[in-house]
Write a protein that binds this ligand. Structure first.
Ligand code: NAI
Length: 245
């Protein structure tokens, strides 16, 4: 259990990131919630504090090195350490490849992949000295199987799985584990944007016959952040209702 551990979660103001923050807090972790959306991040932190959790909001952009370093510095200044990093911030800019704009490619690769690199590098400086850390990257089933219309997103999530394995090898000698969770289709703002018919078609392809919930992902992250997963590193944990196996 991550009791008295300090967890930094990016993209924590809503959706899966917020569920992860609530789930780790329920296990006793102190939460640093990072997001670009100030009002929503402050609201999550207020909710956590009202429930008795020690929590801090950091507003910033995961693609900006100075913001990421400020986030880790704020965690260390407030709580003295960083035990858990969840790289959850992510975006989509979907489109067929022939029409995909350069800026849509760059934006998705920058948030989903470079953001995770910058946060991992900054957190590892602290974790390395502590000789303890858990880094969990939120990938996607489409990074494993591909998806027409999401070349940028699929490439970013496949890249994130490569980053997970490389960092797992590099950080292991400092007792830092690095794993990924690959969600299937999860009911959040990202999938609410899809037409009802598309969501029904998606659910029909899933052996467990439903979209996942943000809590399904948070449960997997809680396990990977806990002492119970100490001997697991470089793993991609599918949480997809059997959609891809
Ligand atoms: P969401 O769009 O509800 O939340 C994403 C959060 O990240 C937002 O609060 C947003 O403000 C923040 N964010 C975006 N760009 C940022 C940046 N540059 N710096 C800091 N924060 C930033 O998305 P959702 O559905 O909760 O997804 C969370 C993660 O799970 C993403 O990495 C997504 O790719 C992944 N995922 C989601 C699936 C789904 O079906 N919803 C399926 C598979 C993976």
């Amino acid at each position: 259990m991550p009791k008295e551990k300090v967890a930094v979660i990016t993209g924590a103001s809503r959706g899966i990131g917020k569920s992860i923050a609530l789930a780790l807090a329920a296990q006793g972790a102190t939460i640093v919630a990072m997001d670009m959306d100030q009002a929503a991040t402050d609201a999550v932190v207020a909710e956590l504090q009202a429930a008795g959790t020690t929590a801090l909001a950091v507003v910033g952009n995961v693609t900006v090195t100075a913001d990421v370093e400020r986030m880790i510095e704020a965690a260390v200044a407030a709580f003295g350490r960083v035990d858990i990093l969840v790289n959850n911030a992510g975006i989509t800019r979907d489109g067929l490849i022939m029409r995909m704009k350069d800026e849509d490619w760059d934006a998705v690769l920058s948030v989903n992949l470079k953001g995770a690199f910058l946060c991992s590098r900054a957190a590892f400086k602290v974790m390395s000295k502590q000789r303890y850390g858990r880094i969990i990257n939120i990938a996607s089933v489409v990074g494993q199987m591909g998806n027409a219309g999401q070349a940028n997103y699929c490439a970013s999530k496949a890249g994130l799985m490569g980053l997970t394995k490389s960092n797992a090898r590099e950080m292991a000698k400092r007792n830092v584990t690095v794993n990924a969770v690959a969600p299937g289709f999860i009911a959040t703002a990202m999938t609410d944007a899809l037409p009802e018919k598309v969501r029904e078609e998606l659910a029909a392809q899933i052996p467990l016959e439903r979209l996942g919930s943000a809590e399904d992902i948070a449960n997997a992250v809680t396990f990977l952040a806990s002492e119970a997963s100490a001997y697991i590193t470089g793993h991609v944990l599918s949480v997809n209702g059997g959609m891809y196996m």
